[in-house]
Design a protein around this ligand. Structure first.
Ligand SMILES: [Zn+2]
Length: 110
């Protein structure tokens, strides 16, 4: 993707995101919705705001472009768009994720 938004645009959208995070709409959203990516239940404290199309790719801080995400997903996704990230995830065999999950269970038993 060659489109690069200006510094001013990114600053403005990040400021808008901060405002949106304080809004009642967002509070309701995170209270009623799980992580957009993995479906884990979120508490208000755990929920992060993720831009489906990141600001650095020209995404805006509007209700249609922000979703609640857990910290792990937000960190893993970084500055990729949701579509790019989904593609990348699809490449990873589900068996790997299941195996990792299993290891976690074993560790807890010991
Ligand atoms: Zn998640």
């Amino acid at each position: 993707m060659s489109y690069e938004p200006t510094e001013e645009f990114q600053r403005a959208e990040k400021a808008k995101a901060r405002e949106l995070r304080k809004s009642r709409w967002w509070q309701n959203r995170i209270a009623s919705s799980p992580c957009y990516y993995c479906g884990v239940r979120l508490t208000a404290k755990e929920a992060t705001m993720d831009h489906i199309v990141p600001v650095c790719q020209g995404g805006t801080s509007t209700k249609g472009n922000v979703v609640p995400a857990c910290k792990a997903c937000n960190t893993a996704k970084k500055d990729r768009s949701a579509a790019e990230w989904a593609l990348e995830q699809a490449v990873q065999p589900l068996a790997v994720a299941a195996e990792l999950h299993h290891v976690g269970d074993d560790a807890q038993q010991q």
